[in-house]
Write a protein that binds this ligand. Structure first.
Ligand code: SF4
Ligand code: SF4
Ligand code: SF4
Ligand code: FES
Length: 340
């Protein structure tokens, strides 16, 4: 309904400011070119997409209509509002609906409860990868006395550790002492943990492991620390989380309508797909050749990757995906293959 019009430049207003829309530009492109920020999840510049998330909603005050700015072409006389409380509310509702179906954890619970703000999951990743210089540097960024700072702490990190729901919690304090006692190495560049800035951000609820997942994790977790590395691969780089935080959402308001299994699919090389973090925006479907595809329709629709299509997936989908659903193991974290 919004797409049929001639490709000509025209004058519209965005937030009461007159602007010229260039031929073929959508509203979001005009707005962003003019420095007006509009969030988007299912849209990415230059990529094929279909509007589905409605996070980019704007209102045309000339007729009161709310519309997705990522697919709407300007028409003469439009009075576009991108920033009123009304528009903000509409976007917040769209985000909340997306999050209601989102079974995943942004941050590891151990890191969330450490009173010293140590990113414990990252420390354990360095430890598991034998990157001891970085482990020591991370420790030094949060602790003043790495060898003894845990001594007077009741260790809430070990009490909340999700490995404890599988069999036995990770021995976090012992590993910290081991790292602290290691000889210094050349690659101990100072590491600033971004964790402290994240505490006011959105945290998706902790998904509980099903009995099948628990059994699988117990049988297959081979990390040296025994850590499950349950923090999201995209915790610092997720547009869904960023927009949720910007819209004041810290927890999901709605009970999950469907619970996607928490498993990871190895695509190839260092690329992985985690369906529980997919918001079904379709970017990976429209921008891979014989790659991802939709299965079913409506509320039960899922994005899937047929086994025979895995080799067609390229690394650029990692940056195209607005969440942590498609990620690069090398860049992010250790993962566990789990096929149910
Ligand atoms: S995909 Fe985003 S919102 Fe979901 S768990 Fe990961 S960081 Fe959090
Ligand atoms: S025991 Fe150490 S790592 Fe664990 S919460 Fe306390 S200070 Fe943090
Ligand atoms: S995997 Fe990522 S890009 Fe693909 S549909 Fe899901 S959220 Fe969108
Ligand atoms: S970004 Fe426009 S509908 Fe998703």
């Amino acid at each position: 309904m919004y797409l049929i019009q001639k490709k000509v430049n025209m004058k519209i207003h965005i937030n009461n400011k007159p602007v010229e829309a260039l031929a073929g530009e959508t509203l979001i492109e005009v707005a962003r070119r003019e420095g007006v920020d509009i969030p988007s999840l299912c849209y990415a510049k230059g990529a094929k997409h279909k509007s589905s998330c409605m996070v980019c909603a704007v209102r045309n005050c000339a007729n009161g209509q709310l519309m997705p700015s990522c697919t709407t072409l300007p028409t003469e006389g439009m009075q576009i509002d991108t920033e009123s409380a009304d528009v903000h509310k509409a976007r917040t509702l769209s985000l909340e609906l997306l999050l209601s179906d989102h079974r995943a954890d942004c941050e590891a619970p151990c890191s969330m409860v450490c009173p010293k703000g140590l990113d414990i999951e990252l420390l354990l990743k360095y430890y598991d990868d034998e990157r001891y210089g970085e482990a020591k540097a991370l420790l030094a960024s949060a602790f003043t006395q790495p060898a003894t700072d845990c001594d007077d702490c009741k260790a809430p990190c070990e009490k909340i550790c999700r490995r404890g729901t599988v069999d036995k919690a990770v021995s976090i304090r012992a590993i910290i002492k081991e790292v602290a006692a290691m000889a210094s190495t050349a690659n101990e560049a100072h590491i600033h943990s971004p964790l402290s800035t994240l505490h006011s951000q959105f945290k998706s609820k902790l998904g509980r492991f099903t009995p099948a997942e628990q059994a699988h994790l117990k049988a297959t977790t081979t990390t040296r620390s025994r850590c499950l590395h349950c923090a999201c691969a995209a915790q610092h780089d997720c547009r869904l989380r960023l927009y949720a935080s910007q819209h004041g959402i810290q927890r999901s308001r709605y009970t999950a309508s469907s619970v996607l299994p928490l498993h990871t699919i190895h695509i190839h090389s260092t690329l992985y797909f985690e369906p529980a973090k997919c918001i079904r925006c379709g970017l990976c479907v429209y921008n891979s050749d014989n790659g991802f595809t939709f299965k079913e329709r409506g509320f039960v629709m899922q994005v899937v990757l047929p086994e025979e299509n895995k080799d067609n997936i390229t690394a650029d989908l990692v940056t195209l995906c607005p969440t942590g659903a498609i990620y690069d193991h090398d860049y992010y974290k250790i993962v566990h293959d789990y096929h149910d």
